[in-house]
Every structure is written in C-alpha cells, then in structure tokens.
Ligand binder design. Structure first.
Ligand SMILES: [Zn+2]
Length: 307
C-alpha cells in the first residue's frame, strides 16, 4: 500500500513538472495575425532564421548573443503612378524596381508581398536620410496604387488615396514598425529621402492621420508649433537666413547643402518637407509656419542632435 501511495505522489509530481514545462512553451509563443512566432528571447514578434545542415546540428546554446540590432531602420511609403496591373508589371515583372509590399486600389484585395522582408527591394534608389545613404539596404518599402499627379496649368494636382488603402497601409506599417522597432522619424516618404527626383507619396498622403489615429511616424506638437510661431518677428527671426533654415532641415534628416542661398535644391527640399508636414501649402517657399513646424519637430525628436 505504501508503494502505491509513493507511486501516486511521484506521478502527481511528474504531472506538475510537465504542466510547468508546457506552460513555459506557451508563454514564449505569440500569435500575430494568423502567424505563430516562437521566441526564446522576446515573446514579441521574434522570427529566427537559421541554417539547416545535413551533417551538423546548429546549436542554440549561446543564443542569443547580446550584440545585435535590427538591419531594418526605415519604412518608406510610395505611390506607383500606375493602375494595379501596370504596377505589378513594373514592380514584379520588369526586374528593375520593386518593393516589399503593394497595396492595390480595391477594398477587398489582399496586400501583395513582392519581396521578402529579409531581402533588399529596389524601391528607394539614390537616397539619403539622417546621414544614412542608399536606403534600399536598410528599409522596408510599401507601394500604394495611385496615379500620382497631373498638371493643371502650373499646379500639380494629386490623386487622393482611398480610405481603405490608408487603413491597410496603417495596419501593415504598424506591424513592421513594431517588429523592427523603427523610430518615428525614420518613417518617411520617397520624396523625403530623394527630394530632387521624387514626389511620392505626395501631399494627399495623410501623415497626420497616421500619427494621431495609429501612432505611426513623427508629428509635431501643436503647442510647440504655436510657441515658435509666437516668437516669429518678420525680418529678424533666423528663418530669414537660408543657412539657418538649411541647418534645421539637415538636423531633422534631409540631405542638404549648406549654401546659405535660397537655391533650387533648398526649394525642392522645403516642398518635400511641406508635402509631409504642411500639405495645405506645399509651394517650397519658406514661411513662418513652415519654420515653426520644423522647429517643433526638431525640439521633439532631434533635441539630442548637435546643431
Ligand atoms: Zn517611390
């Protein structure tokens, strides 16, 4: 009888241990949008890619090393300047340009993946942001089907995006930003990183809505903007100096030559900045409000960056 009692307790103890083991595995597993990610380090969105060899075992006994960070640092938005079939032809078939994701112009369409996130897609071209060149190496690119702009007289008239495109872009972006821990200032438009060549995603892209509704990307605090605006005195405040404006744009991330001249390059970069942060007035002209917004952004996101 004593034997039976001992056996019962042993069995009970083993059951508890095995339950504990199982619960540990469950803790380290996360289901994100129908995909199960298993992690030994961080239960949040960790995907491990490793070699699989016929003759040797890949050991995880020293995994993970403390010395690592994400290769992806930037998220770049684009529009395709084409309808969906032509966009697919350009981005998936021609072998010249591509992106990681493509969002169509139909509400019930799936989001296309064109290039795996661990591969380099060719979407940014010659580009620069905050001292990093050639952003194809370090970014994920999202293309949205949209015709871009047409000229009406001298004015560029941009085609609006559909709400469902923005919603898809937001959910997808949030997922990417969380997984790679992309900084808000590093969520950019193609025109931010290549302002002399590119106009996308243009002033119809709702950066403010993405920030306020989904916490995606950077946006200024209205109080700060007003504060800088209140300080403005025409002909005295430093934005009247091209050099001061160029330095502030450089501080935020734009690649700009410090010429102290209101040259064409400065005009194109100010226009790109306005498309992103002041779309209702994107004429490339430096004015008090543009200056106040730029100052507010630098205060919020770049206060640790030396001038
Ligand atoms: Zn683009």
């Amino acid at each position: 009888m004593k034997h039976l009692i001992r056996l019962f307790f042993l069995f009970a103890a083993l059951t508890v241990i095995s339950c504990k083991t199982q619960s540990k595995i469950i803790v380290n597993t996360k289901i994100v949008r129908d995909t199960i990610y298993v992690s030994d380090i961080n239960p949040k969105y960790q995907v491990i890619t490793e070699a699989s060899l016929p003759k040797y075992v890949i050991s995880k006994k020293n995994f993970p090393s403390a010395a690592y960070n994400n290769r992806i640092k930037f998220l770049v938005f684009h529009y395709t300047v084409a309808d969906y079939p032509r966009s697919v032809k350009i981005l998936a078939k021609n072998g010249v340009v591509s992106s990681h994701y493509l969002i169509t112009d139909q509400p019930n369409d799936t989001i296309d993946i064109l290039v795996s996130e661990d591969k380099r897609a060719w979407h940014a071209g010659i580009s620069s942001w905050n001292g990093t060149e050639n952003l194809n190496d370090t970014s994920v690119g999202i293309e949205i089907v949209n015709k871009g702009y047409t000229y009406v007289g001298d004015s560029m008239v941009f085609e609006p995006f559909f709400d469902y495109q923005i919603e898809k872009a937001a959910v997808l972006s949030k997922n990417i930003i969380d997984r790679y821990e992309i900084e808000p200032v590093n969520v950019v438009g193609h025109s931010d990183i290549a302002p002399f060549r590119k106009q996308d995603p243009g002033p119809m892209f709702p950066w403010e809505e993405l920030y306020t509704k989904y916490n995606i990307g950077a946006w200024y605090d209205v109080v700060d903007k007003q504060c800088f605006l209140d300080e403005y005195i025409p002909d005295i405040y430093p934005y009247n100096s091209a050099l001061e404006f160029q330095k502030a744009l450089q501080k935020y991330g734009y690649k700009i030559s410090l010429t102290d001249i209101w040259d064409k390059e400065t005009w194109l970069i100010i226009r790109a900045f306005q498309w992103h942060f002041r779309p209702e007035k994107a004429d490339g002209i430096a004015d008090a409000e543009t200056w106040a917004i730029l100052q507010a952004l630098n205060k919020k996101y770049r206060s640790k960056t030396p001038f």
